[in-house]
Design a protein around this ligand. Structure first.
Ligand code: NAD
Length: 275
């Protein structure tokens, strides 16, 4: 087992569930002391507990990443406690599933606040601690929605903003050796998909068929990319967006099928079936 985060402190905001939790776990397995910060106090404690039970080092904190004073208190306390911060991972986001024409100002505020304002505030509050690290890295979890049109206009616009924020900060803090990158996942099989499956049992099959890799991603697929970008393996990578999307942004499989037919995806080199 490699120990890419030995001696490092990693703060995972939104680390109580899903992608954040998987990222916290992989960083702990590779030697980090992980600070799980989540608006859901119980999930933050559970994630930290489970990491400790597996032999890792972790603590859980209740933090509302949309609230500047909550975040300010959290990072101030970390600094006062003598902890530096080497890695910051930003996970929270919100996408309101309402048609554009019925989207309210409140829906817009919510999506922009959780998806864009929260990582902005977290990075700003963490900067004094990140600047003390000899090799600091910020990884923000974006989405393919920030790179193209996949519905959810407000969420997509906020994720596009997150990519731009990341590029600006990469330039501003490059001279101080703090790196900033985005991981942009496609559809990841998390709890929200299981809820949808209750109403639409074939939803996963329909969505999987659209992906070149013919499956949804897993939280571990995304966590591995977050860990890579946060580690010294990515020491000269900053300002970039790494898609973890089974190829969905590489091109349009349905257009290719419309032009060339399904034969395009078949191979005569082996017997593996194409879904
Ligand atoms: N799941 C997917 O299919 C998918 C696809 C693309 C991108 N993403 C992105 O991945 C990230 C994580 O998504 P997920 O599916 O793991 O979500 P999730 O809901 O499983 O986990 C999000 C975590 O963030 C916490 N959180 C929410 N608001 C918070 C706040 N204000 N302050 C602190 N913590 C807060 C939640 O309590 C939860 O623990 C998001 O940025 C999302 O946009 C997810």
């Amino acid at each position: 087992m490699s120990e890419r985060f030995a001696g490092r402190v990693a703060v995972v905001v939104g680390g109580g569930h899903g992608i954040g939790r998987a990222t916290a776990e992989v960083m702990a397995r590779e030697g980090a002391h992980v600070v799980v910060a989540d608006a859901d106090a119980q999930s933050a404690q559970e994630a930290a507990c489970s990491i400790r039970a597996g032999g890792g080092s972790a603590e859980g904190h209740e933090v509302d990443a949309t609230d500047a004073s909550s975040i300010g208190r959290f990072f101030y306390a970390l600094g006062e406690g003598g902890r530096g911060v080497d890695v910051l991972v930003n996970c929270p986001a919100h996408a309101t599933d309402t048609h554009f024409e019925r989207f309210t100002e409140g829906d817009l505020d919510l999506d922009l606040t959780v998806t864009l304002k929260a990582p902005f505030l977290c990075i700003q509050a963490a900067m004094p601690l990140l600047l003390k690290s000899d090799a600091a890295a910020v990884v923000s979890v974006g989405s393919v929605n920030g790179l193209g049109a996949f519905g959810n206009e407000a969420y997509g616009a906020a994720k596009a903003g997150l990519i731009n924020l990341t590029k600006n900060l990469a330039l501003r803090y490059g001279p101080h050796r703090v790196r900033f990158n985005v991981v942009a996942p496609g559809s990841i099989h998390t709890g929200s998909w299981d809820e949808r499956m209750a109403a639409e049992p074939d939803i996963l099959d329909r969505v999987s068929r659209v992906y070149p890799m013919r499956r949804l991603g897993t939280v571990d697929d995304v966590a591995a990319a977050c860990a890579f970008l946060a580690s010294s393996d990515a020491a000269w990578i900053t300002g970039t967006t790494l898609t973890v999307d089974g190829g969905i942004t590489a091109g349009n499989s349905e257009l290719i099928a419309a032009i060339f037919g399904e034969e395009f995806f078949q191979t005569t080199f082996d017997e593996r079936p194409v879904a």
